[in-house]
Design a protein around this ligand. Structure first.
Ligand SMILES: Nc1ncnc2c1ncn2[C@@H]1O[C@H](COP(=O)(O)OP(=O)(O)O)[C@@H](O)[C@H]1O
Ligand SMILES: N[C@@H](CC(=O)OP(=O)(O)O)C(=O)O
Length: 502
């Protein structure tokens, strides 16, 4: 039984909760995987898992609680460091170079890392490396202030400091505890990406081979624990630091797992696994024991923050790689295991996901074109405007689709851009749009659509919620419903009650 007040074991102040029990500073840590001679598992810890010195101790304890495994550890930045770095960059644009050192986010980052490093008693060398990174960070912010420019490339350099600091600190802490550990920046291992700053794609061909070579046992069996920066890579043409999109450390972990052809990657978070809904919407959401790669991808693509949308790609290529989502605040919870296939016989609903701030675009043919010409013209206009769509429903003469404008255009220009898009259809079709919509994605057993939709529409009807568009499409795992923004949360709560009885 779970303790009360702690349904999903998110960080929990309750003293009744085992997740809140702290681990004492430990000098009892034993080198894990000593007999393995090579990396046998990847363990990724997200920002919430390494938010401060105490959490880093807990993480070291978790790592050593698997004595049979030699792990490759992938870390995110401590706590909210990435947000602070990006905020510092924005504030630098309106701050004079001589005042950069006083920027609050920069001071917070320094304070967090210095306090934790002191607390963890890292050695002088690691202190020195961290101080020189903090200095470099300050100089970069001064540069941004002088140039009055914050390019995507500079944003990625800026964002990289979080992982570069956290990994140096953690590796030094493990060494201070008597373990063998070595820090790596992702590019030391050969993690190569496209040059799409802030959202780069991993280039698998060079990357997998290079990682396998870099982490292979060299002169005799490997005993040292590699501690690697998540989220980061180097662009193949520019050679500059890139980031893999927010939450990208999950992807770094699965890339390394696939490169080493491992059976398991563990991603440690602050929830008991992937849940039946976002716990910030449904506080009684339950852990889902098993998911397929496809389900996890759909769930992430349609907005569940818990996993990076690309994180299953390496697993799909490897096919034998299981991704296990675990809770570093409640390690006894089983978590969720994500695999290639699972038995769907008894599955109806798996998880309910919300994506907000969506725009619904209706395009109705003026009947000057046949059906084939109509659809190809509409998608030609999207291609010309570099617009990708999330959900689509078509009839012979009309098409409805959802756009996520915040991904395409600067927030200030969204209305102007949408008006320009509507104009682009002139002479072909009548287009109109509605903003402030939400997509509710039902990750479910689409083999049983009738049963699922009967329940969903019964419950939405009784709540007086009107569905504006619905799409099942080719996906075997997802039915999407578009509703007004203000109706989305009550709709999810009601559907959750209907399917999960809580
Ligand atoms: N379906 C879901 N299952 C679990 N967590 C979810 C879900 N949807 C959204 N979340 C949110 O995702 C968070 C975990 O993801 P994230 O913060 O990226 O973890 P980390 O930084 O530890 O890798 C949870 O705290 C929760 O608020
Ligand atoms: N630090 C990066 C990358 C990452 O994966 O973080 P987390 O694991 O805390 O979601 C971010 O905040 O986006």
């Amino acid at each position: 039984m779970r303790p009360s007040r702690c349904r999903s074991h998110k960080r929990c102040p309750s003293s009744a909760c085992s997740a809140a029990a702290s681990v004492k500073p430990s000098s009892k840590l034993k080198q894990p995987g000593i007999d393995q001679g090579k990396v046998t598992v990847v363990m990724k810890f997200g920002g919430s898992s390494v938010a401060n010195a105490q959490r880093m101790r807990e993480v070291a304890d978790i790592v050593c609680s698997f004595p049979e495994h030699l792990p490759c550890i992938v870390l995110s930045a401590m706590g909210k460091t990435t947000n602070l770095l990006l905020q510092a960059g924005t504030e630098a644009l309106t701050t004079s170079p001589s005042s950069i050192r006083s920027l609050q986010p920069l001071r917070d980052i320094k304070e967090l890392h210095r306090t934790a490093a002191n607390d963890l008693r890292v050695d002088g060398k690691a202190h020195g490396e961290m101080e020189s990174l903090l200095n470099e960070l300050q100089q970069l912010l001064v540069g941004i202030s002088i140039m009055q420019d914050l390019t995507p490339r500079a944003l990625d350099s800026l964002a990289s400091f979080g992982e570069r600091l956290s990994t140096r600190m953690f590796a030094a802490f493990l060494r201070a505890e008597g373990l063998l550990a070595q820090q790596y920046d992702a590019w030391d291992l050969g993690l190569t990406s496209t040059d799409d700053f802030t959202n780069a794609d991993v280039l698998y061909e060079p990357t997998l081979e290079k990682i396998a070579a870099a982490l292979a046992p060299q002169d005799g069996p490997l005993r040292t624990i590699p501690v690697v920066t998540g989220f980061l890579a180097r662009g193949q043409n520019t050679g500059a630091i890139t980031t893999l999109g927010r939450g990208g450390s999950d992807l770094s972990a699965t890339v390394i797992g696939a490169a080493l052809d491992l059976p398991e990657v563990q991603v440690w978070k602050d929830v008991d696994g992937v849940l039946t809904s976002d716990p910030r919407i449904v506080d009684r959401a339950l852990p889902v024991p098993m998911l397929t790669y496809d389900e996890a991808t759909e769930l992430a693509f349609f907005g569940a923050q818990v996993l990076h949308p690309q994180a299953m790609q390496p697993a799909l290529q490897s096919r034998r790689l299981a991704v296990r989502v675990k809770n570093s605040y409640n390690r006894r919870a089983d978590g969720t295991v994500i695999v290639q296939q699972r038995d769907m016989a008894n599955v109806l609903m798996t998880s309910i996901v919300l994506k907000s701030n969506v725009t619904l675009l209706d395009v109705v043919s003026t009947r000057m074109l046949g059906q084939f010409g109509f659809l190809s013209t509409v998608f030609g206009i999207f291609a010309d405007n570099k617009i990708s769509v999330d959900v689509v429903a078509t009839s012979e003469i009309s098409i409805s689709l959802t756009l996520d404008p915040s991904k395409m255009w600067s927030r200030d220009l969204i209305d102007e851009e949408l008006d320009a898009l509507v104009l682009a259809f002139k002479g072909v079709a009548k287009a109109s749009y509605q903003r402030n919509m939400s997509i509710i994605s039902l990750i479910c057993n689409v083999q049983r659509t009738s049963q699922i939709l009967e329940k969903v529409f019964k419950v939405l009807g009784s709540e007086g919620i009107n569905v504006k568009m619905m799409s099942q499409g080719a996906s075997k795992t997802n039915i999407s419903l578009v509703v007004g923004e203000e109706e989305a949360r009550p709709a999810i709560a009601a559907i959750h009650r209907e399917f999960f009885h809580c």
